[in-house]
Write a protein that binds this ligand. Sequence first.
Ligand SMILES: [Zn+2]
Length: 341
Amino acid sequence: MALRLAARLNCDAARPNGAAEPPGLFGAGVARGAGDAAACGEGSRCRACGMIRALEHADLHLIYPVPSGDWEKDLPAVIESRREDFFAYGEFGTRARSVGIDLVRHVIEALSKYPFEGRRSVVVVFEAHLATAEAQNALLKILEEPPSSAAIVLVTEYPDRLLPTILSRCYEVRFEPLSNERTAEILERFRSVEREEARRIAAIAQGNLRRAVKLLEERFLGLWRDAAVTARLVIDGKGKELLAEAETLARRYSREEARELLAEMSLILGFVLRGRDGRLDAAGEAVLREALGAERLGRAAERDVPEDIRKMALASESLRRNADLELTLAHLLLDLTGAWY
Ligand SMILES: [Zn+2]
């Protein structure tokens, strides 16, 4: 959608009735009757859309989180990899990534120039929640006084991890999850996944395409399985095994991955909650049975799941603030079993 928006603002065919000015984002140019205001989205019809589609437009500035250090080498490498496969993921393995202050300075510099093609500069910050506090503060300054020739898009699954001051400066556009059927279709068509496997993964991904694509990867699938194993131990109340588990997980995963693991555990417990309220479809029930084992579903449903999820969110936040990985996990897991007291 961010790219569609960039195309919309720069499409040669969308200039209403040959007007000199491109249509504004929310302005009069968008009004019905102003001519063909939608982006053609086709490289064959218009150069701008083709360039945006190929991630090569001079006024399209893409920002991806990268490991700290050499962003001038890493950022172009990520963009190059996205040109080949827009849903590529994990080129930095377990290394922690962030949108640092250097990247935001890069954005500021890009925006200080008038758009090359004379229309709108569009900045898209992917995984904006990985922006450091320093970077978010710098970003806030641009959002407070954005150049009129620019549109800035922050893409995130976790808007609550952005500063409230940033959120208050943005138009928030939320997207509904995709249906399992649609997710499976996309996996089949663009990822050549077998039909049955695509449906299984779609059910686990719960309408989140990025997760679905990640679940095709061995490492993330392993992480999901570890989340399920850990959730089982929590439900069984096995304090001693959980301490060993915390140690294993801390050795196996980076801080960032451990946060993903906690997010996956929260999702599994979210399934429990929906199952209890009768809001889980058959595919979701199958995923839940696979994750926890049928014999645990009754006990899982008796838990105070919102409280569990709250505790995991707090632990995840501690990890973001560089708390010790093993200690945080051990504390959390024991806390979840009640074995701590
Ligand atoms: Zn176009």
